[in-house]
Design a protein around this ligand. Sequence first.
Ligand SMILES: NC(=O)C1=CN([C@@H]2O[C@H](COP(=O)(O)OP(=O)(O)OC[C@H]3O[C@@H](n4cnc5c(N)ncnc54)[C@H](O)[C@@H]3O)[C@@H](O)[C@H]2O)C=CC1
Ligand SMILES: O=C(O)C(=O)COP(=O)(O)O
Length: 526
Amino acid sequence: MVKVLISDKLGDDAVRILEARKIEVVFNPDLGKDPAALKEALQDVDGLAIRSATKMTAELIEAAPKLKVIGRAGIGVDNIDIDAATAAGIAVMNTPFGNAVTTAEHAIAMMFAVARKIPQADASTKQSKWEKSKFMGRELFGKTLGLIGAGNIGGIVASRAQGLRMKVIAFDPFLSEEKANDMGVELVSLNELLQRADFISLHTPLNDKTRNIISREALEVIRPGAFIINCARGGLIDEDALAEALDDGRVAGAALDVFAEEPAKNHPIFERENVVVTPHLGASTREAQENVAVQIAEQIADYLLTGAVQNALNMPSVTADEAPKLKPFINLGEKLGSLAGQLVDGAITGISVRFAGHVSELKAGPIVSGVVSSALKPQLATVNAVNATSLAKDRGISITEEKTETSPNFGSTLTVKVETANGAFSVTGALFGGEPRIVRIGDVRLEASLAPNMLFVINEDKPGFIGALGDVLSDAKVNIATFNLGRQEAGGEAMALIALDQELSDDTLRAINALPQIKRAAPLKF
Ligand SMILES: NC(=O)C1=CN([C@@H]2O[C@H](COP(=O)(O)OP(=O)(O)OC[C@H]3O[C@@H](n4cnc5c(N)ncnc54)[C@H](O)[C@@H]3O)[C@@H](O)[C@H]2O)C=CC1
Ligand SMILES: O=C(O)C(=O)COP(=O)(O)O
């Protein structure tokens, strides 16, 4: 039975959805905070659903031998070592839209809270102080809001702020002018934003480019009296420099939902009067949590049960409709890649996949990943379908695809060509009753299904060879299951793919290679 662990606080709907799909669920919402216990619990799970409290480090990923998917019920994935997950063949998914509105609303709420000192006024009033003049605020109308990052959440914040009649400018190097125009947002440089914005709100992911984007230097050029709102990630701001800027008045106030270290307790910035804080509540509404719980449970179940891939950060998407159509071709591609990868000599420099017939209408990415991972397997033990194309790229191996709509003799064929410095090897396959068959090797037609143990032979097409080969195998007590022959012309070069019931020993292989007609004999494993 497929097993999924939920190690963070997730809506009950997630458990209901997974169990309805006959998945065993272990729901322990406190496990994410206890890495040692989490490590133990990861031993035998196929899927993991998390929020931000669970930190999926390389060490934990390594300790999860069966894990196939990590599902983040939310947006930010900086708590997951995606490179380590990819290397381990684990799909990483998030729910990019489920909590975006809620988080944008929190940013707007925080902007109001810090501009009108609502939390401070609330606390004082409840202490019966009635400090009306102490809590003089700032109006948002007509002010400039500077967004650092204007994607999903930033875009929603922009539209809400425009409703408040604020002027919205943004620094986002990946946002096109066209999209910014559609949003009614003026694109500016980071420096210009810092100098012009009355309110600055952060909405980028945390990565090496964005870490400390509000640095000490940035705080030095910031428009005096600006407010900063951060509902994205703590690591985006140099917190020590912010504390100083708050103290000397350069920054009028800060509203922080997120912190470099979480949970943030006794943080020095809490002592500042002009700071409003919440405990990473951006996504915490009933609506958003329902959305992300349902979405991640469905994505994890789909992936584990059908192979459909949605919202993955390290794999191409495959819809639930596409998955069953792709599956047999992925299998065929893997077999062809494996055959070619086992037979080429020397480091692979290029892999090409030719799609002919109906298969050319399917999504190529997952099939190509299957081909590349199985072709590279004999040379790269760590390769898998998730990391195959990126590993190939790192090694300078060219990956090409070609599509033609017709396939003369079959409904669909896949041809895989693997190149090395010593030459190229190409093999074509098709599906017969949904099962992979080899239909051509190089220019030679032959028809063979694949078995766990096989022998590939190239020989001179002369009488007596098959009998001699049969004798060697029979002496070694190796039974021939199927024998598939092909040749271009009589008396020329012939080829055979032979399925064996037993594994070949080195001695038997030596004896086969010693046969006079033999040009090449190589064992294959599938
Ligand atoms: N406080 C909370 O509870 C929540 C926080 N978040 C955080 O909000 C972040 C943003 O979420 P979305 O808007 O959905 O992501 P998104 O991917 O739609 O938008 C991010 C934007 O940042 C931009 N960007 C990337 N690198 C940049 C850089 N170096 N400088 C400036 N802009 C850059 C991108 O081009 C993109 O437009 C998430 O990554 C997550 O960390 C998300 C949900 C809840
Ligand atoms: O979705 C995100 O990126 C968030 O930061 C939300 O975090 P949470 O699920 O509330 O721990």
